[in-house]
Design a protein. Structure first.
Length: 228
């Protein structure tokens, strides 16, 4: 079998949110599955001069060696906090046996990997990588209206594993997911600002450019309050 080199795009968290938007009507995520790669490690990633090769190596291992059809995960969070594209969001993941919901009904878990070996004594999930993981988990749960109980660590689905890593505490992770949501803008406040201040300004605007700018600001408020 010829080994193709599949291409994968790399997004900032904000870019990934824009990429996700159209999928709200196309797929229903039923859970968020949190994984750590164990291998590649953060050190492997740091050493690689061409970072996409790390993603492509995972793809080759999953798609060809394991025969899972494609890379297992929907997204990969690298040590710099970027989000790499994975398999199609419309496809069920290869996350954990019995938990993939792989019938073709466009309802399945969202699965992401964080690059690193997060077992005790190895590498640390921290900084911008942790921030992206928390924000992504929080956003998927908010957009698809999932309760906290639907956020799953791999080890909860397969007790033989430590994944995403024995140093990653589930309660501590969930606490960050909760706190991140609290710092986001409340939708009622956003809508109040739009109705009371931005709408009158829009009608009073003298030029189309002004109206477009007010429209853009209103959409930023909607985004910040999770209304997109
Ligand atoms: Zn895992």
């Amino acid at each position: 079998m010829a080994v193709e080199r599949k291409n994968f795009r790399r997004f900032t968290y904000a870019e990934y949110m824009d990429y996700l938007k159209p999928y709200l009507t196309k797929v229903k995520f039923s859970q968020v599955h949190v994984h750590g790669t164990w291998k590649p490690t953060i050190a492997d990633y740091r050493k690689a001069t061409d970072k996409i090769k790390i993603i492509q190596a995972m793809w080759r291992f999953h798609a060809i060696t394991q025969n899972w059809g494609d890379i297992a995960q929907h997204a990969t969070i690298d040590p710099d906090g970027y989000i790499w594209e994975g398999r199609s969001l419309l496809q069920a993941p290869a996350s954990a046996v019995g938990y993939n919901d792989s019938d073709d009904d466009r309802i399945h878990p969202f699965m992401f990997e964080m690059i690193g070996n997060f077992d005790v004594g190895a590498e640390k999930l921290e900084g911008t990588q942790l921030a992206t993981a928390v924000k992504l988990t929080s956003s998927i749960a908010a957009l698809w209206k999932l309760p906290e109980s639907q956020i799953k660590f791999h080890r909860e689905m397969n007790p033989g594993k430590t994944c995403p890593g024995s140093s990653v505490s589930k309660p501590a992770f969930l606490e960050l997911v909760r706190d991140w949501r609290e710092v986001e803008m409340n939708p009622n406040d956003a809508n109040k600002i739009i109705a009371k201040w931005l709408s009158p300004a829009w009608f009073a605007a003298a030029t189309k450019a002004e109206r477009d700018e007010i429209h853009r600001l209103a959409n930023e408020l909607r985004k910040a309050s999770g209304q997109l």
